[in-house]
Design a protein around this ligand. Structure first.
Ligand code: SF4
Ligand code: SF4
Length: 238
């Protein structure tokens, strides 16, 4: 890919803009190798008016990460020739308001480190320059902080940090492959929220927790359910 990565600070400006006017418009929506996070799936399936189970079947590929032993979900390209995103059209992204966090983040990369003592998350940023991307030639400047705001990335980052906490806990406490039950539970809670919901409200998977009716009712909301699920998973698995 010949990408060049340069560290950048939160309040440091960079020159970049992406719009229909750039000659490379839609170039980055091909050659896809797009991982989807739990929050990406929540947003996409909601925006498309689909159940998570149907979304996963129609738009994703799923496998187990060789290093982490955890289920991994990627976007299924619309064709195998140029691996184009299933959501790209001549007019741009047809799921733009709910596009994945990585599409919002580009051309930035975000890495985090978490203090073992306090749990405090520290962010590190880098600018990714790829030869095909002409956004850097556009005459618009903004800081990393402004980019995060305009791309509405805070909610994505917050949810992704919750996931990263589970992954690092898993690596510490259960390195290597997970058993089938744990893999299934992780997949359902993280990626197949509507299935998780039916396990809660129809099969009573949380009955042992003695939650009151208000707490139970709040889990009808997908974002609340995902936040709850990511916390519950830590207890249930590790
Ligand atoms: S989701 Fe939208 S922005 Fe992201 S790769 Fe697909 S078409 Fe491009
Ligand atoms: S390659 Fe860069 S400038 Fe071109 S459409 Fe993609 S992000 Fe925008």
């Amino acid at each position: 890919m010949n990408a060049e990565m340069t560290p950048i600070d939160m309040d440091e400006p960079f020159q970049f803009s992406c719009s229909k006017r750039v000659p490379c418009f839609n170039e980055c929506c091909r050659d896809l190798n797009q991982f989807l996070t739990p929050y990406d799936i929540l947003r996409l399936k909601t925006g498309l008016g689909m159940k998570s189970t149907d979304f996963l079947k129609e738009y994703t590929l799923q496998h187990t990460g060789p290093g982490s032993g955890l289920p991994v979900v990627t976007l299924k390209p619309a064709n195998q020739k140029d691996l184009v995103c299933p959501f790209v059209t001549d007019d741009g992204c047809r799921v733009y308001p709910d596009r994945p966090g990585s599409c919002r983040m580009y051309p930035l990369a975000r890495m985090i480190s978490r203090s073992r003592e306090t749990g405090k998350v520290t962010e590190h940023w880098a600018l990714i320059r790829e030869p095909h991307c002409q956004g850097f030639q556009q005459n618009i400047r903004m800081t990393v902080r402004e980019w995060i705001q305009t791309q509405k990335l805070l909610e994505y980052n917050e949810m992704n940090d919750r996931l990263m906490e589970i992954i690092s806990l898993k690596n510490q406490r259960k390195p290597g492959p997970l058993d089938v039950r744990s893999r299934h539970l992780f997949h359902m809670v993280c990626y197949d929220l509507d299935n998780f919901k039916s396990h809660i409200f129809e099969k009573g998977i949380l009955n042992g927790l003695n939650m009151d009716s208000n707490q139970m009712e709040s889990l009808q909301d997908d974002t609340t359910l995902l936040k709850f699920g990511l916390t519950w998973l830590k207890e249930a698995l590790f």
